[in-house]
Design a protein around this ligand. Structure first.
Ligand code: SF4
Length: 192
């Protein structure tokens, strides 16, 4: 049997479950793909109507197997650091940061994860009320209420990025140049 390192669930109505030491994607009672956990390097959920069992999520979390969520409807994809599913269907996305303080862009990012989680786990009735940012250096946990204003900010950001891509124009420089200090594109940017 070939070694499968990535599982890709892109069919509506499919289910990801754990069977002994492997993850299996089934749909309509048929096995679509499967992979032993020992070789697995990632799971991508790329369609609405994909369900995943709690023990499959736990197996990925325990082994550090990233779970990517892709939502074409929202125009978003993301790889959550952690997703806690608490009793009562409470979904809590968590993002770990090396920074020493919480910035507005971190809040928008965790809200984007919240929208992804709600979209992907819609069948389970997922609603994310709060996301969490964990600052690694000071070891502090910061709850971020996923408010309507923050949700609107995510949607506005998605549409601004789409506009940039469609019109192929550069966005204006940030007013606060301190943002450039930690920017991951700084190495490639001609503006600093
Ligand atoms: S380094 Fe360049 S890309 Fe990054 S925030 Fe500053 S101007 Fe924008």
């Amino acid at each position: 049997m070939p070694i499968v390192q990535h599982l890709y669930a892109d069919l509506f109505g499919s289910h990801i479950g754990k069977y002994q030491e492997r993850l299996k994607i089934t749909q309509g009672g048929e096995t679509r793909s499967q992979a032993p956990l020992m070789h697995l390097q990632g799971v991508t959920i790329a369609s609405l109507g994909v369900s995943i069992s709690a023990d499959a999520i736990a197996a990925c979390c325990e082994r550090g197997i990233p779970m990517r969520i892709h939502c074409p409807d929202l125009g978003l994809r993301g790889e959550l650091d952690e997703l806690v599913i608490a009793p009562g269907g409470v979904y809590l996305p968590v993002d770990y940061k090396l920074s020493t303080k919480v910035s507005d862009s971190f809040r928008v990012q965790i809200a984007a994860y919240a929208l992804l989680v709600e979209s992907r786990f819609r069948a389970e009735g997922a609603r994310v009320e709060t996301g969490y940012l964990y600052l690694i250096v000071p070891r502090s946990l910061h709850p971020v209420p996923i408010t309507e204003a923050l949700r609107a900010q995510v949607r506005a950001s998605i549409s601004a990025i789409r506009d940039i891509l469609l019109r192929e124009h550069l966005p204006p420089l940030p007013r606060a140049r301190a943002k450039c200090r930690d920017c991951e594109f700084r190495r490639f940017c001609n503006d600093v």
